[in-house]
Write a protein that binds this ligand. Structure first.
Ligand SMILES: [Zn+2]
Length: 328
């Protein structure tokens, strides 16, 4: 399948899978009401990834712009808190539920600057379905500081995780950061092999972030609620424990058995409930099972066939949906 098809299926296949899991039709909640996070920082849930709104002195900085055709809905929420125009968009990664409405803001104001990690630029350019407004005007490699004083934003990159272009976006004065889909819905992340994601690299990347990012206490996930630095640290430990358990159990235990061993220490990340408004696939536990499978594939040097839905019934060692669903 083409890369464009893979990228699109991240959203579409997952939506279908979530619908199956919940025994109801796929549901994407619409763009929600703007919610205060702290000070001049807000978040808008729904319609794809979270959009973070930072009202700086020279204009509004958006982190991620949801699925396509949500620009108007985002802008009308922004207007409830400020009259300033949008001046910059930072995309945490390449997926179309995070940069889908960039074009609305670029069309309204050509000077809007789009900033991403340099690997994200490569994925955007490689995808024939990308719109011109998804292409960054500015990229960074390891770190980049934008603005100063109370407007300062520090961007960091620490390696592969959900993709290999995941940016950590820190609002220094507010002690807050956005982590994109490196952490979403308080469960193990989707790993997108088509854009360089890796379960093996993930704990290293998270541990570097924990070590090198200072003075943050609020963490805005890529989807779902706002978390804390302590929650982010626990999540880092969970993803390390998942990889360690997968390594120890490779060839001996099923992914289900391995994921179950993580339950006593990490109840939050191994819940067996389908989360409300989840846009793609399964429970936290089923996501952990999927990521143990991905770890197995990466450890064996096999192509990763992660999918974005809930695990399927299967024989020992096969419960984590190793095979992509039809249409991928
Ligand atoms: Zn994503």
């Amino acid at each position: 399948m083409s890369r464009a098809g893979v990228l699109t299926s991240i959203v579409l296949v997952g939506l279908a899978a979530a619908g199956v899991a919940a025994q109801r039709g796929p549901r994407i909640p619409p763009t929600g009401k703007i919610m205060p996070v702290k000070g001049n920082l807000y978040v808008i849930h729904g319609a794809g990834g979270n959009t973070t709104v930072f009202v700086a002195s020279t204009g509004v900085v958006l982190v991620d712009t949801k699925l396509a055709n949500n620009g108007d809905a985002i802008m009308s929420q922004v207007k409830t808190v400020t009259d300033k125009p949008v001046s910059m968009i930072i995309n945490t990664h390449t997926h179309p539920d995070h940069n889908g409405s960039n074009d609305y803001f670029k069309d309204a104001r050509a000077t809007v600057e789009v900033v991403t990690h340099e690997n994200t630029r490569k994925w955007v350019e490689a995808n024939p379905q990308s719109k011109p407004a998804m292409k960054p005007d500015k990229t960074f490699a390891d770190t980049l500081t934008l603005g100063k004083g109370k407007d300062q934003i520090d961007l960091y990159w620490f390696g592969a995780a959900h993709t290999n272009g995941d940016a950590f976006v820190v609002f220094k004065a507010l002690r807050a950061m956005c982590v994109g889909d490196v952490m979403a819905w308080k469960m193990a992340p989707l790993i997108d092999p088509a854009t360089g994601g890796s379960v093996i690299a993930l704990p290293d990347t998270l541990e570097k972030a924990v070590k090198e990012i200072k003075n943050v206490d609020t963490v805005i996930e890529g989807h779902g609620d706002v978390n804390t630095w302590a929650g982010f640290r626990d999540y880092t430990r969970f993803n390390r424990a998942l990889l360690d358990a997968a390594k120890a159990g490779l060839g001996k235990k099923t992914p289900e058995d391995i994921a179950a061993t993580l339950k006593p220490q990490f109840p939050e990340f191994t819940k067996e409930v389908l989360l409300t408004d989840l846009e793609y696939g399964g429970t936290p536990l089923s996501r952990a099972v999927i990521n143990v499978n991905v770890a197995f594939q990466e450890l064996r040097g096999e192509p990763v066939t992660t999918n974005f839905g809930p695990p399927r019934a299967g024989g020992p060692g096969r419960g984590g949906a190793e095979t992509p669903p039809p249409g991928r």
